[in-house]
Design a protein around this ligand. Structure first.
Ligand SMILES: NC(=O)c1ccc[n+]([C@@H]2O[C@H](COP(=O)([O-])OP(=O)(O)OC[C@H]3O[C@@H](n4cnc5c(N)ncnc54)[C@H](OP(=O)(O)O)[C@@H]3O)[C@@H](O)[C@H]2O)c1
Length: 265
């Protein structure tokens, strides 16, 4: 039996779409025939990706620049996607960034940035697409959280606590929206080679006497696979959770971390 993702002609909004995990998700969705609305702050990055995806995969790709750390733009994104495509089937939330450090040296701004973008940006985006999904009694939402939500890390507390909040949000909301045919699940990535990760390594290595590369090699010793993942290795499970292949799954998360997280689930 051939497996079908069920994406042909589905409309997907991907946030954080211009780089890293979001861009890799957008590429698979485009390849599988979905129509896309790509969201991030920098128009040029979005436009370059949209031009490449629409040419390569012959699918419709819209660009919606927005700063999701602010109140308001999420509603505009949903409204614009509806104007262009007439419906919203899938939402992938991959806009996020959180930095770390020694707890007593991490300023309020770092905590606020993690909460405003990664947590509230996701909450606002989910709230903005729900009316359209409820009208059609069908929807799929996947949130890119992080494995530190389950395995908090002392030097990554803004991200760890925000990820844990997103897991609670995913589980709690799933019970409310399943009656409208809407599934919501989350991915918990481990270290993944993106701009976000490289910046994190550069910041955490400061003052340790190691450069970012050496610091990363030390960090990798905790991880059974001993390497950083590529973005595509995170995009595949995200796409799975957004697809018909995950038809009996909601309110859950998948940890993809090279074997790092020490638990039994
Ligand atoms: N990489 C990892 O090791 C790792 C591990 C665990 C969890 N995660 C999580 O995975 C998610 C994706 O991370 P990534 O590594 O793929 O990051 P990335 O490569 O740095 O990409 C981040 C994306 O988000 C967009 N973005 C940033 N600020 C935004 C804002 N205020 N409003 C709208 N879009 C914004 C960026 O574009 P613009 O800058 O143009 O806005 C970019 O498209 C994040 O939530 C991250 O915390 C990553």
């Amino acid at each position: 039996m051939k497996m079908d993702f069920g994406f042909r002609d589905k409309v997907a909004i991907v946030t954080g779409a211009s780089k890293g995990i979001g861009a890799a998700v957008a590429e698979i969705l485009a390849a599988e025939g979905a129509r896309l609305a790509l969201v991030a702050r920098t128009p040029k990055h979005l436009e370059d990706l949209a031009a490449r995806l629409s040419k390569t995969y012959k699918t419709e790709v819209a660009v919606i620049p927005a700063d999701l750390s602010k109140t308001g733009p999420a509603d505009d994104v949903a409204a614009q996607a509806l104007r262009v495509f007439g419906k919203i089937d899938i939402l992938i939330c991959s806009a996020g960034s959180s930095q770390g450090g020694v707890f007593w040296e991490v300023p309020d701004e770092t905590w606020e940035a993690a909460v405003q973008l990664k947590f509230l940006g996701t909450v606002r985006m989910v709230r903005a697409v729900l009316p359209a999904m409820r009208r059609q009694q069908w929807g799929r939402i996947v949130i890119v959280a992080g494995n530190t939500g389950r395995q908090p890390h002392a030097r990554l507390l803004p991200g760890s606590t925000t990820n844990a909040a997103l897991l609670a949000f995913t589980k709690g909301l799933s019970e409310e929206i399943m009656k409208d045919g809407i599934h919501i699940n989350a991915l918990q990535p481990g270290p993944t080679r993106t701009e976000h990760w490289d910046t994190l390594m550069a910041n955490l290595s400061r003052g340790t006497g190691l450069d970012a590369g050496a610091f990363e090699s030390e960090f990798m010793k905790q991880i059974p696979m001993g390497r950083v993942a590529e973005a595509i290795e995170m995009a595949r499970p995200v796409v799975f959770m957004a697809s018909d292949l995950a038809s009996y799954m909601t309110g859950r998360s998948i940890i993809v971390d090279g074997g790092w997280t020490k638990d039994l689930a």
